[in-house]
Structure formats: C-alpha cells, structure tokens
Design a binder for this molecule. Structure first.
Ligand code: ZN
Length: 301
C-alpha cells in the first residue's frame, strides 16, 4: 500500500536564546493574497513588479502574508509584541473578510506560555492584525497584562481626524478594542525604554505613529521592525515602491530606507511581523540593493 498523503505540516513556533533573554516568534496565522502588484509598487509599471518577482523565484500574483507576534522573556518580564488577528474574522467577517482566524493563544502553549503569563503587551501600531488579539468577546485576552502604546499612534486613532477612507473601520475597531484599555496602558515616545534592554524606535509612516523596538542583551541586538517592510522581496529590495496598506506613502518610503540602512549598517537581527516564518533574518546591502537574509542557524549556536 502506498503511503497516504499527510498534507502540509509547517512549524508555528520558533524560540531562541538571545543573550540573557529568550525570544519566541509565533505564527498567529497566514493568508494567501492576490495581486502582488498593486499591493506593492502601485507607483510602478506592473512589469517592473513581475520582473522582480521572477528574479526572486516567487509568483507574480499570489503571495503569502503571515502574521507573526514576537515574545521576549527578559528573565523578569514576559513582553508580547502585537497580538495578531484574534477573533476579528469571527466577530466582523462581513467587513474584514480578508483576515484569517488568529491562533496566537493556543500556540502560546506550544511556546511554553499561558495568556495569564504575559506581563506587558506592546502594540507597535493599531492596525487590525496587530490589535485584534487584545480582546476576545469583549474581554481582555491577557488578563494580567499592562499595555504599551505609542502616544502619537494612540492619539491619532482616538482623535479620529483625517483618517483615510480605507481605515474608517480600523478606527471603529480601535475605539472598541484599544480605547477602553487606556487606564491600564503606558504611553511612550520613540527613544523611550520599555523595560531594561528594550527601547522604542521611530518607524512612523505605515501607520501615523508606528514604532519599532530595539532589543539588546549581552551585546546581541535585534530590531522588531513591525510593518516597516511587509514583504521580504518587494518592500526590502525596492523600499521606494508604494505599499497599498501604508497610511502615509512618502513617509513610509523614508522610514523604510532609514530602518533598512540601520539594520544593514549595524548588522542587526530583525524580527518582521510579515516576513516569511519564522520571521527572523538580517538585511544585507550589496551594490545599494537590500536583501532579506532569512536566519539559518546563527541563533541556534
Ligand atoms: Zn500588519
């Protein structure tokens, strides 16, 4: 009897030691999207996008879009960066049909943690796929956590002025999910320390007040760049191409270039929320073109 087909089996947890810290990337979910162009390069001819896809051996139309929160255990505190999609699809299917169900909480167990163990939830920015897992059925998913938001990001969504049409529902979600958490939240600015070894970095553009986070322990350095680049080919190799989900297109381009330069020059490890799982890599620069180098065994030694 021939063996039966077993279907896909892909890992969803990647945990590694980082100095004194332990870091885990957890695949909340992923979705296959159509339209590499004009999700990326809407300010470019379609052929340019297809050419870059061919050169990198990826499909010209469909692309995988994963959602990967990061957990840092500093030895004193357990810090979760972003919460994935949570129950958004179940609760708002009509309006958010493109989002998959979030699996962060059940996969936390595979990483060795419970939702109650999370001390701090840091939100890089308030787009649905980053805040969706904060609550489930109106109740906080992480009952013992305090929250960290960027003050500019939180104020932007709370004020609700000059929000582009495509983000109107995002604003409703923010008011439902994030605003009620204000009294359990800490509000920070770029450059502020979250806990010892974790500092925020200005990454505004994709969202008006987005922040990246610099993690350092015993000389090892990693940048959680959130949605600075949301595709490992198009956004990294062509940072000047517009990305449809960037809220401020020009600022996003400037921020991508600055953060890519920082990651390449300082030889940082990078954790990217939408990079291919496990979402950890480095940025290489050659002939003024950046490339995403997925991590191999560097963090296992
Ligand atoms: Zn995102």
């Amino acid at each position: 009897m021939p063996a039966s087909m077993q279907g896909e089996n892909q890992p969803a947890v990647y945990r590694f030691k980082f100095g004194r810290f332990e870091i885990a990337n957890i695949l909340d979910s992923k979705v296959i999207r159509e339209g590499l162009h004009s999700s990326f390069g809407s300010n470019q001819p379609v052929d340019a996008v297809h050419e870059l896809a061919h050169a990198n051996r990826i499909e010209t139309s469909r692309f995988e879009h994963p959602f990967i929160p990061t957990i840092v255990n500093t030895g004193k505190q357990l810090v979760l960066f972003d919460t994935g999609n949570g129950a958004l699809r179940r609760e708002h299917e009509q309006r958010l049909g493109r989002l998959p169900d979030g699996h962060l909480v059940e996969r936390l167990a595979q990483a060795g943690y419970k939702a109650e163990d999370i001390d701090l939830v840091v939100i890089t920015h308030c787009h649905p796929d980053h805040i969706g897992g904060l609550t489930d059925g109106g109740r906080p998913t992480f009952p013992n956590a305090r929250y960290v938001f960027g003050v500019a990001e939180f104020d932007f969504w709370r004020r609700g002025e000059s929000i582009r049409e495509a983000r109107k529902f995002n604003r409703e979600l923010f008011m439902k999910i994030c605003e009620p958490l204000a009294d359990r939240s800490i509000f920070i600015k770029p450059g502020d320390e979250v806990v010892p070894g974790i500092c925020s970095v200005d990454a505004a553009g994709h969202s008006i007040g987005m922040m990246a986070f610099h993690i350092e322990s015993e000389g090892k350095r990693l940048l959680i760049w959130a949605d600075t680049c949301i595709h490992y080919v198009t956004a990294v190799q062509r940072p000047e191409w517009h990305v449809d989900v960037d809220d401020d297109k020009d600022k996003s381009v400037a921020t991508r270039k600055r953060i890519l330069d920082m990651a390449a020059t300082d030889k940082l490890f990078v954790a990217g929320f939408h990079m291919p799982f496990p979402g950890v890599g480095c940025v290489e620069r050659s002939a003024e073109v950046y490339r995403w180098l997925p991590v191999s065994y560097q963090l296992n030694l």
